[in-house]
Design a protein around this ligand. Structure first.
Ligand code: AMP
Length: 434
C-alpha cells in the first residue's frame, strides 16, 4: 500500500455514507420548515476574509488555517468555518435581507486529530441575517433541538451565555486583565499572548492548569450593558415559552471574535472529550464589518468655519446562526434500520440467453421505484448469491431457462433463505407492494 489518506481526513463508506445522507436530509427538512434556503459557497476564500471576521488572535486564525498562495500570488484559505463565506456571498450578490440561509459543507482546520476532531469535517449550519428580535435567538436554538430530536439524539443539552457587545465588552475585558495581572507567570505561553492581544480568548485554552485559574475569573454577564442584559433575559423567556431546557455557562465565550450577545452550545454526554455537537450565536456587527464603509472626505463647513468629516451612519445588520459538527452527530445519531440498509433487489441470471429477459425485468422494477442490481460478469449461482448477501439485498430474483419457459420466477428472501415461485406478470406489483 503506497497511498494513505492525509492525516485528519476520513473516508466515508456504507453504511456510514447512508447515515450521513439521512442526517443531511433530516437537517434540510427541519430547517426548511422554518423558511431557510440552501446556499453553497466556495471551499476557499481570500485569506483576508477570515482574518477580518474570525479574528486575528483566535486559535483558528493563528494555528489552524490551511492557507496557500495560488499561481496568481493571491493568499487563499480553505474555509475553516462557514459564516464568513455566507456573509460575503450575501453582500456580494446583493441578496435582499432579512434572509435565512443554510449550508452543509466541509470545513478545514489544522488540528490535532482525535475522535470527533478532524482536519476535514462537515458542518451543518444556519444563518439568519437581518433579524434582531430575541425571539429568533430562541427559534434558532429550537431548530437545533428539533433537529437533534429528529435524528434520535436524546441526551443533547443546551448551554447559553451572553458575550456582550462592543459597548460593554471593554469593561469585562478590563476586569479580566486586572484578574490575570498577577497570574501571568502561571498561565501557558499561548495564554500570555492571548492576554496581550485579546484577553477573552484565554477561555478557549484547553490547558488544565489555565482552566483551573480561569474558574475564578470574573464572569461576563454581570458586566453586560442594559441592552445586552435585556436581550439575554428576553431570549431566556422565549426559550421558556417554547419549553426548551437550557443551562447557563458563564465560561462559554466561543472561539471566534465576531460573536455578540447570545452564545450557545449543544452538548452530548456520549461524546467524551469532544462533547460539543455544535454551537453558535449572534454576530450583530459582522455584516457591516465585512460590507465596509465608504470613505468620506472632509468638507468645509461655512458656519463652523472649519473642515469636518461626517461619519457615515453605521446601519446594523443583526444576525445569528449556528454550526453543527456532522462527524460528531454521526457518532451519536440513531437512524431507523432501513436508512443504513436501503432496499435492493438482486437479479441473477446464468447465460446470455436470459440477459435481455433480465434487463427488461430490471427496467420494469426500476420504473416502479425499486432499486435493482445485476452483475453481468458473475455467472455461478453461489457466487451471485454470496455477492447479493454482501450488498445486503433483501431479495434475489433467479432467472433460468426453465423459469423463462414456465413464466414463473424464483424469489429468494436473502435473510431467511426461503424461496417461492412467482408468476412473471405479478412480480413487479408484488415487490412494489412490499
Ligand atoms: P465551531 O465552528 O468551532 O463553533 O464548531 C462548531 C461545531 O463544529 C463543533 O461543536 C463541532 O461539533 C464541530 N467541529 C469543530 N471543529 C471540528 C473538528 N476539527 N472536527 C470535527 N468537528 C468539528
Amino acid at each position: 500500500m503506497k497511498y494513505f489518506r492525509p492525516k485528519g481526513t476520513r473516508d466515508i463508506l456504507p453504511p456510514e455514507s447512508y447515515k450521513k445522507y439521512w442526517i443531511e436530509e433530516t437537517f434540510r427538512k427541519t430547517v426548511s420548515k422554518y423558511g431557510f434556503v440552501e446556499i453553497t459557497t466556495p471551499v476557499f476564500e481570500h485569506t483576508e476574509l477570515f482574518l477580518r471576521s474570525i479574528g486575528e488572535s483566535t486559535d483558528i486564525v493563528t494555528k489552524q488555517m490551511y492557507t496557500f498562495t495560488d499561481q496568481g500570488e493571491r493568499s487563499l484559505t480553505l474555509r475553516p468555518e462557514g459564516t464568513p463565506g455566507v456573509v460575503r456571498t450575501i453582500i456580494e450578490n446583493g441578496v435582499k435581507l432579512p434572509g435565512r440561509f443554510f449550508y452543509i459543507e466541509p470545513m478545514y482546520r489544522y488540528e490535532r486529530p482525535q475522535k470527533g476532531r478532524y482536519r476535514e469535517f462537515y458542518q451543518l449550519g444556519i444563518e439568519v441575517i437581518g433579524e434582531a428580535s430575541p425571539e429568533i435567538d430562541a427559534e434558532v436554538i429550537e431548530i437545533g433541538a428539533q433537529f437533534f430530536s429528529a435524528i434520535g439524539i436524546k441526551d443533547c443539552s443546551i448551554q447559553i451565555n451572553s458575550v456582550g457587545c462592543p459597548e460593554c465588552r471593554p469593561k469585562f475585558r478590563q476586569e479580566l486583565v486586572n484578574f490575570l495581572s498577577d497570574k501571568k507567570d502561571k498561565i501557558c505561553e499561548d495564554c500570555k499572548i492571548r492576554l496581550e492581544k485579546n484577553p477573552l480568548r484565554v477561555f478557549d485554552c484547553k490547558n488544565e492548569n489555565c482552566q483551573e485559574i480561569y474558574e475564578h475569573a470574573p464572569k461576563v454577564r454581570p458586566s453586560l450593558c442594559r441592552n445586552c442584559y435585556e436581550h439575554f433575559l428576553s431570549v431566556t423567556k422565549a426559550l421558556d415559552e417554547r419549553e426548551i431546557d437550557y443551562t447557563f455557562n458563564d465560561r462559554m465565550v466561543r472561539g471566534l471574535d465576531y460573536y455578540t450577545k447570545t452564545a450557545f452550545e449543544f452538548i452530548s454526554s456520549r461524546l467524551g472529550a469532544q462533547d460539543s455537537l455544535g454551537g453558535g450565536g449572534r454576530y450583530d456587527d459582522l455584516v457591516e464589518e465585512l460590507r465596509g464603509h465608504e470613505i468620506r472626505l472632509p468638507r468645509f463647513d461655512k458656519i463652523k468655519d472649519k473642515f469636518i468629516t461626517e461619519q457615515p451612519i453605521r446601519p446594523q445588520t443583526p444576525a445569528i446562526g449556528f454550526a453543527l459538527g456532522e462527524e460528531r452527530i454521526l457518532i451519536v445519531a440513531e437512524p431507523p434500520k432501513d436508512v443504513i440498509q436501503p432496499k435492493l433487489i438482486s437479479i441473477i441470471y446464468f447465460s446470455e440467453k436470459e440477459l435481455s429477459y433480465a434487463k427488461e425485468l430490471a427496467s420494469e422494477l426500476r420504473q416502479a421505484e425499486i432499486s435493482v442490481y445485476i452483475n453481468y460478469d458473475l455467472k455461478k449461482l453461489r457466487t451471485q448469491l454470496s455477492y447479493a448477501d454482501t450488498l445486503k439485498a433483501q431479495f434475489a430474483i433467479i432467472i433460468g431457462e426453465d423459469e423463462i419457459a414456465k413464466g414463473v420466477l424464483t424469489l429468494r428472501d436473502m435473510e431467511s433463505g426461503e424461496q417461492q415461485n412467482i408468476p412473471r406478470n405479478e412480480i413487479v406489483k408484488k415487490l412494489a407492494d412490499r
